[in-house]
Design a protein around this ligand. Structure first.
Ligand code: UN1
Length: 519
C-alpha cells in the first residue's frame, strides 16, 4: 500500500505540484509564468492528484488560430520540398531531446493526467520509440513500380506530402498520441497544428518547446509546429479550415461523429481513433497466472483510462468461479493513491465528472442484475475532495446489456460467461466499438480462430497478452465506432501523404490502354 502514516498527508499539495510542473517546464524550455494569463480568455490547468488549480493559462484566440494555420500552410510550401531524410533529422533531434527530458515530461504527465510513474515514463518512451521509427521511415517512403500493359511505358506511384495536419489529442495519452502523429507527419513533409486536450496543456507546452528547439538546432523552419491552447472552439476551427488537409482526432465517439461529417463536407481527410470496448476471452486452457496479471494490468492499469483498457471479460463457465476468485483477490491488493509514490499502481481518475460516470455506470449495472464483486469505493476523499480516487471494480453481469455495450472511461470490468467458443466470439463482437481484443488460450485452434476473418472484429487482436500496451511498430486503431483510422507504425504513414500514379511513355508510339483505338 502507499507509504503513508494515517495522520500525515498522503498526497502532495497543489503548490508543490505547481512548483514541480514549473521546474519541469523550465527544463524543457517553457516558462509557466510567461504563459499565465494576465487577463482575457483563460484555460485553467488543473491536476487530478488534488483537483487543484496549477495555473490559468492564456488561451489561443480565434485570430491566433487562423494565423497559426496560415503560417503552417506557408511553411508547407517549403517543407514539402525538403528531402525526407533531412526532415528526419528534425525528428531525430526531437527524439534525442525527449530522451534527455524523459523525467521532466513524465513528471508533467503524472501531474496533469495522473499516471503512475512507470506508466508516465512509458508514455514518454513511446514518444522516443515513434521518433526512432519515423527517422527510419524518412528513408523508406516507398512507392511501387507496377507492371503496366503498354510497351515502352513505365507505371509507378509516388508519395508526396499532403499538407497541414491538425492533431486533436485526448487527456489520457497527452503526449504519446501527439508524437505518433507529429513524428510521422513531419517526416512525411506535413506541418502540424496541435490542439491538445484542454485538460493537459502543460505537457503540450513542454513538447512544443522541445520541438521548437529541435527545429532551431536542425535548421528546420519554426512554422512546422503550432500549439493551440483552448477548448472545443479551437478544435472546431481546425476541423472547418480547408487549409488543414488531414484532421487526426483522438477522443470520444460523440466527438468523432461531429468531426467526421464536417471534415468530409469540405473533402478533407480524417483519421479517427475513438472509443473502445475491449474484451478478453478466457478459455479453459488459459494459463491462470499469466491471465490474471494481464487482465489486472489491462483493466485496472492507467485507472481504466486507456482507449485500449480491458472493459469486458468473457470467461468460460467451467473456469469462471475459480478465475474470478483469483482476480478479485488481485484487485483487492491494488494500491490506489498518489501516482508519484512508487508503490501505487492506480492513480486518480481525471476528475469529478469521471468519478460520477463510474458511480452511475456501477449503479446501472447493478440495477440490471449485475453483481459487484469488488471495488467502486472512493479513496482519499477527506484529503482531496475535488479529486477522484476510486478502487477498480469488477461486476459480474447476467447478459451483455446496454451498460456493458457502452464505454465508460473508468476502471470497471464487466464479466460475462460463455459455454461454446462460437458463443464467446458472438458476445465479443456484439458491441458497437472495435479497437482491441485478446484471447487467453493454449489451444492453437482457438487462438487462430480468434485471429481469423470470422474471429475478433477489432483493429488489434492479441493472444495471451492483454488488450492494452501496444508497441508503436504496429498500426494502431480500430473498426466500427472506433473510427477506422490507423496511427503510428506499419504503413500508417500513408494517411499523411498523397499518392500520385505516374505513367511515363518513353516510346515513340501512343498505344492506348484497354486496347482503345483513336486517331
Ligand atoms: C490510447 O489510449 O489512446 O496500446 C492510446 C496502448 C498504448 C496507446 C493507447 N500504447 O495502450
Amino acid at each position: 500500500m502507499p507509504a503513508a502514516t494515517p495522520a500525515g498527508p498522503r498526497l502532495p499539495d497543489t503548490a508543490a505540484l505547481r512548483a514541480r510542473a514549473a521546474t519541469a517546464l523550465r527544463r524543457c524550455g517553457a516558462d509557466l509564468d510567461a504563459v499565465t494569463a494576465a487577463a482575457g480568455r483563460t484555460l485553467p490547468a488543473r491536476t487530478p492528484l488534488t483537483g487543484g488549480l496549477l495555473a490559468d493559462l492564456a488561451a489561443t484566440t480565434p485570430a491566433q488560430i487562423d494565423a497559426a494555420v496560415a503560417a503552417a500552410h506557408r511553411t508547407f510550401q517549403e517543407w514539402r520540398t525538403v528531402p525526407a531524410p533531412r526532415r528526419g533529422a528534425l525528428v531525430k533531434r526531437l527524439g534525442a531531446l525527449l530522451t534527455a527530458h524523459q523525467e521532466d515530461l513524465a513528471d508533467l504527465v503524472t501531474i496533469e493526467a495522473g499516471k503512475i510513474r512507470s506508466e508516465a515514463l512509458g508514455e514518454v518512451q513511446e514518444m522516443i520509440d515513434v521518433c526512432d521509427f519515423a527517422v527510419g521511415l524518412s528513408r523508406q517512403l516507398y512507392g511501387r513500380t507496377i507492371a503496366g500493359e503498354r510497351p515502352g511505358h513505365r507505371l509507378s506511384e509516388s508519395w508526396h506530402p499532403l499538407g497541414v495536419v491538425g492533431v486533436l489529442s485526448a487527456f489520457n495519452f497527452p503526449v504519446a498520441v501527439w508524437s505518433w502523429n507529429t513524428a510521422i507527419a513531419l517526416v512525411c513533409g506535413d506541418p502540424v497544428v496541435w490542439k491538445p486536450s484542454e485538460l493537459t496543456p502543460l505537457t503540450a507546452l513542454a513538447c512544443d518547446a522541445l520541438l521548437a528547439r529541435a527545429a532551431a538546432d536542425t535548421g528546420a523552419p519554426a512554422g512546422v509546429h503550432h500549439l493551440l491552447l483552448g477548448a472545443r472552439d479551437c478544435g472546431e476551427r481546425l476541423v472547418d479550415d480547408p487549409r488543414v488537409a488531414l484532421v487526426s482526432a483522438t477522443g470520444s465517439v460523440r466527438m468523432g461523429r461531429e468531426v467526421a461529417p464536417r471534415v468530409a463536407a469540405r473533402f478533407g481527410r480524417c483519421l479517427l481513433e475513438l472509443g473502445g470496448n475491449n474484451a478478453a476471452v478466457v478459455t479453459p486452457s488459459a494459463d491462470p497466472d499469466l491471465t490474471v496479471r494481464a487482465v489486472v494490468f489491462s483493466a485496472a492499469g492507467t485507472a481504466g483510462q486507456r482507449c485500449t483498457t480491458l472493459r469486458r471479460l468473457i470467461v468460460h463457465e467451467d473456469v469462471a468461479d475459480h478465475f474470478l476468485t483469483r482476480l478479485v483477490h488481485a484487485y483487492q491488493q491494488l494500491p490506489v493513491g498518489d501516482p508519484f509514490d512508487p508503490a501505487t499502481l492506480v492513480g486518480p481518475l481525471i476528475g469529478p465528472a469521471a468519478r460520477t460516470a463510474m458511480s452511475k455506470a456501477l449503479a446501472a449495472a447493478q440495477r440490471a442484475g449485475g453483481k459487484l464483486l469488488t471495488g467502486g469505493e472512493r479513496c482519499l476523499a477527506d484529503e482531496a475532495p475535488e479529486a477522484a480516487y476510486l478502487r477498480p471494480a469488477i461486476v459480474r453481469m447476467p447478459e451483455q446489456n446496454g451498460i456493458v455495450r457502452t464505454e465508460t472511461f473508468a476502471p470497471i470490468l464487466y464479466v460475462l460467461t460463455y459455454r461454446t467458443f462460437d458463443e464467446a466470439l458472438a458476445l465479443h463482437n456484439d458491441v458497437p466499438q472495435g479497437l482491441s481484443s485478446s484471447i487467453f488460450t493454449r489451444d492453437q485452434r482457438e487462438a487462430e480462430r480468434f485471429l481469423a476473418a470470422d474471429g475478433s472484429d477489432c483493429g488489434i487482436a492479441n493472444v495471451n497478452i492483454g488488450t492494452s500496451g501496444a508497441e508503436i511498430g504496429g498500426a494502431f486503431g480500430g473498426e466500427k465506432e472506433t473510427g477506422g483510422g490507423r496511427e503510428s507504425g506499419s504503413d500508417a504513414w500513408r494517411a499523411y501523404m498523397r499518392r500520385a500514379t505516374n505513367t511515363v511513355n518513353y516510346s515513340a508510339d501512343l498505344p492506348l490502354a484497354q486496347g482503345v483505338s483513336f486517331l
